[in-house]
Ligand binder design. Sequence first.
Ligand SMILES: NC(=O)c1ccc[n+]([C@@H]2O[C@H](COP(=O)([O-])OP(=O)(O)OC[C@H]3O[C@@H](n4cnc5c(N)ncnc54)[C@H](O)[C@@H]3O)[C@@H](O)[C@H]2O)c1
Ligand SMILES: N[C@H](CO)Cc1c[nH]c[nH+]1
Ligand SMILES: [Zn+2]
Length: 433
Amino acid sequence: MRRLSTQDEGFAASFAGLLDQARETTETVGPQVTAIIDAVRARGDAAVCDYTSRFDRVTMTADRLAVTPAEIAAAKAEIAPALMAALDLAATRIEAFHRAQRPQDLVMTDAAGYRLGMRWSALDAVGLYVPGGKAAYPSSVLMNAIPAKVAGVGRIAICVPAPDGVLNPLVLAAAERAGVTEIYRVGGAQAIAALAYGTATIPPVDRIVGPGNAYVAEAKRQVFGRVGIDGIAGPSEVVVVADAENDPTHVALDLLAQAEHDESSQSILITDDAAFADAVAQAVADALKTLPRAAIAQASWDKHGAILLVADWSEAADLVNRLAPEHLQVMMAEPQGFFAQVRHAGAVFLGRFVPEAVGDYVAGPNHVLPTGRTARFASGLSVFDFIKRTTWVEGDAAALAQVGPAAVRLAETEGLTAHAQSIAIRLDTKNIL
Ligand SMILES: NC(=O)c1ccc[n+]([C@@H]2O[C@H](COP(=O)([O-])OP(=O)(O)OC[C@H]3O[C@@H](n4cnc5c(N)ncnc54)[C@H](O)[C@@H]3O)[C@@H](O)[C@H]2O)c1
Ligand SMILES: N[C@H](CO)Cc1c[nH]c[nH+]1
Ligand SMILES: [Zn+2]
């Protein structure tokens, strides 16, 4: 963990070093991913099964790729009622927040007499990637699938790896609860290739969304254009801005909650009190003695963690905007005042009793968020990822008479005579040409 103060002489250079630190895998997986995509395009299900057998330690055959309704029913039967109730509460809250996002169509009549509009429509088919290599994420099933369902997408297909042939029962239950129409037990680049190009078993989709490891991220980059994709969500991050009135152990656990995701995760505390910074550092060390995923969290904290000491909160806001974190927690008496100064963050949690983990599961907003400083220009997953706009124009000869001559002149200037004539032929052209 690095500890920096804005009052230190070398702060600017040290902070720039923190911003530039590489956290994604440095391994180049592009060529391997290209080979996998090419194989799936050429050999379809057979290639999907070969790669799945190789990477997921199973013997996969085409007839086993799709999860059956009977398997989903059996999985649900294994789940304790209290856990099903927790899943249902999360789904209900996520659904309510995403329903509220649905935009209105736009219609206006302009001075020329044209009716102009913008109509939203849902995508026909989407593919949701749910990671499953190192851990299972039922919560990510809800976060990916519910916005698609709320948007009105017809086909919602999930690809999720089943390492050693094991699928998490709650992943299947979450998929059913969220209204998923198809589930395939395949992960990695071969899943992305199958969703993009289609195989005999997996029909192609129009857009692929969801987080995943380096192979999944690279495959999404390579199939973009054939299909749409959301952003590339990488290792988790949190910045906690906290005053000295907080319990250091609360803050320590918030930092470790993201650190335990991945060795490449990043957790940063920004505070204005040196003694509080010491107390949080000690609380992190204490908590690491007991956490089951301490090895991962320790590696993340050691390599990518930081404590930044500021002279005042406007300095803190400036640092947050430069970090553009995936998650920001603001733990102070008047968090809204601080939040007003924040321009770049994927999701923000305001108050001493809103730990980021509540947003991972039950708050309602999405947990698939921009990472690696991409919150400067990108947003988290939402209903908008599953709908698109079509604009329209309706008008008559009188409206064309108003605006057509200007269009004719512009078309002629561009040397596009057919454009000009297609308008002019509908006008009284005597005074125009
Ligand atoms: N941002 C979010 O919302 C969010 C949510 C959950 C998980 N995540 C992140 O997603 C990532 C999930 O990674 P994961 O590995 O656990 O699961 P994953 O499902 O992304 O990847 C597993 C697949 O990778 C492929 N693979 C593994 N080794 C390979 C190799 N050598 N060559 C080719 N393909 C190979 C296999 O096909 C395997 O099925 C983690 O970084 C996690 O932190 C992010
Ligand atoms: N914090 C992760 C996104 O960065 C999402 C997640 C899933 N489960 C727990 N957390
Ligand atoms: Zn999390």
